[in-house]
Ligand binder design. Structure first.
Ligand code: HXC
Length: 258
């Protein structure tokens, strides 16, 4: 299916979704939001896809929500459109792993979109920020919540109140991104990570994602109990038998997602 604001390619079990509004530094408008959610849901439902990579351009992952589209909206319009709620909440419903490959600007809604993915691999040119305060608003898709959980109160307050940008090195130090690589190597690194994930049992990968995400929604005791019970349940799968047998027999496992 052809999209107006994104490009989707599926190769070797990985769906690569590229934001494609170069004239607006991939600013997120309502069309892009709708198309991106559709592409993510289709990739989640597609048996050929085992991992998803979301990326932008070299200059910008996304420079935020589309200011030109939002500028004249009333409270009622923003409220009725439930502006960008699909991105903030919807990506959480995607059960396959989603990696954000970030180069250049990831600002406002762009930073929030990256944080809504499962993890971020950044190029050394990446710049993260929540500059909404400069526009007289605040973050609206998780920039005051996910960022605080990722980097702690001090840096989150700093970024949300001053609107300053964080470079890739600081973002890695702060725990916002999992890896930083030279810009030219970004896609190789992100697709390589996706490929590694695609080789696992999808059943197990989904379960691992669910368990990590659970830690954000529960006490440690509840999270540990959830993890332990899910760990036990994986012994009912063929892939657990195959994974452990393959180790003992010194061969590569052949997972069947069962
Ligand atoms: C609409 C945008 C845009 C945005 C850039 N553009 N960001 N259009 N919405 N968020 C457009 C510019 O208007 C310009 O178009 C073109 O992209 C290139 O941008 P320049 O500013 O000329 O590029 P540069 O000088 O390199 O500066 C890059 C930049 C700057 C630092 C990223 O563009 C910038 O500050 N952008 C806004 C960042 C921001 O405030 N993001 C938060 C948005 S609010 P023209 O046609 O003029 O050439 C938000 C809320 C989320 O995200 C929560 C919602 C619920």
């Amino acid at each position: 299916m052809a999209f107006e604001t994104i490009i989707v390619e599926i190769e070797d079990h990985v769906a690569l979704i590229k934001l494609n509004r170069p004239d607006a530094l991939n600013a997120l408008n309502q069309t892009l939001t709708r198309e991106l959610m559709q592409a993510l849901e289709e990739a989640d439902a597609n048996d050929k896809v085992r991992c998803i990579v979301l990326t932008g351009s070299e200059k910008a992952f996304a420079a935020g929500a589309d200011i030109k589209e939002m500028a004249s909206m009333s409270f009622a319009e923003v409220n009725t459109a439930n502006l960008f709620a699909a991105l903030g909440d919807g990506i959480q419903q995607i059960r396959k792993p989603v990696i954000a490959a970030v180069s250049g600007y990831a600002l406002g809604g762009g930073c929030e979109l990256a944080m809504a993915c499962d993890f971020i691999i950044a190029s050394d040119t990446a710049k993260f920020g929540q500059p909404e305060i400069n526009l007289g608003v605040i973050a609206g898709i998780g920039g005051s919540q996910r960022l605080t959980r990722a980097v702690g109160k001090a840096k989150s307050m700093d970024m949300n109140l001053t609107g300053r940008f964080m470079d890739a090195e600081e973002a890695e130090r702060a725990g916002l991104v999992s890896r930083v690589v030279p810009a030219k190597k970004l896609m190789e690194e992100a697709l390589g990570a996706a490929q590694k994930i695609a080789e696992k049992s999808l059943l197990t990968a989904r379960t691992a994602k669910e368990a990590v995400n659970r830690s954000f929604e529960s006490t440690l005791a509840e999270g540990l109990l959830f993890e332990r019970r899910v760990f036990h349940s994986l012994f009912a799968t063929e892939d657990q038998k195959e994974g452990m047998a393959a180790f003992i027999e010194k061969r590569q496992p052949q997972f069947r997602d069962k």
